[in-house]
Design a protein around this ligand. Sequence first.
Ligand code: PAF
Length: 281
Amino acid sequence: MVIIHAAPELGEFLQNLRLGGRRIGFVPTMGALHDGHASLIRCAKRETDVVVLSIFVNPTQFNETADFTNYPKTTDADLNLARSEKVDVVFSPQVADVYGDEMRTEPTDYGSLTAAFEGESRPGHFDGVVSVVRRLFNIVRPDVAFFGEKDLQQLAVIRHLAKLEFPELEIFGCSLIRDDDGLALSSRNTRIPRDQRSHALELHKALLEVAEASKSSGSLQAAIDRNLTRLQRNEHIELEYFAAVDSKNFAVLQSEETSNQSFAIVAAVVAGVRLIDNCRL
Ligand code: PAF
């Protein structure tokens, strides 16, 4: 496994592989790697010839300084995981390698896709995500890039970015991975105290109940309303949103009818940790 810090060095390294006809797979991450990231890497290993994993905690996508400061940093463990998953190249840049002299973001307006839900709860978040992913795509120039369905809205935003600006690039969405108890894997989970975990699991339970209602003859809207009220009343949960949406544009579903793009989505703060989760309807 090669570890590269500077963009020009990475460009040169990958260009030689590209000229040899190898397909480049890219897994962008902010480190604090877990089994969810390992599954992205395995996906990339299956689909492409050379896997580049970036580890860069992007300061511009945190709308709260405390979230950035508290974001877990586990460099040695990350490199061990990357090595054991047979990553070919780790790209681990500094802020200046990605942003140059000025850490600037470009405003991104993809309509409801960037304005609703995560866009509303975290002002500026998608400006930061799109700005950094655009820069990383330009540095790595991958054939295929891999993102988790756990960040479902981010995946839709990045698909849109690729459609507009990187038409040759394939965006591959990989399934959300859960812990044995059902909690969606996230780098932030390590900050949830053990005795608060059951409250975090209420989010998944609510999603499952809505998914169940959408598959059976139960009313989807009634299930949304019931679970919304239950989550709002739980004093351990600071609910930000809970809704059924079309994952293509993140518009709220207007009828009981669902398609394979319909998802129930949730975001909440539990024990000071912001969690998001989703479930296909
Ligand atoms: O999903 C993440 O870890 C980040 O948002 C990403 C895509 C690496 C951009 O910083």
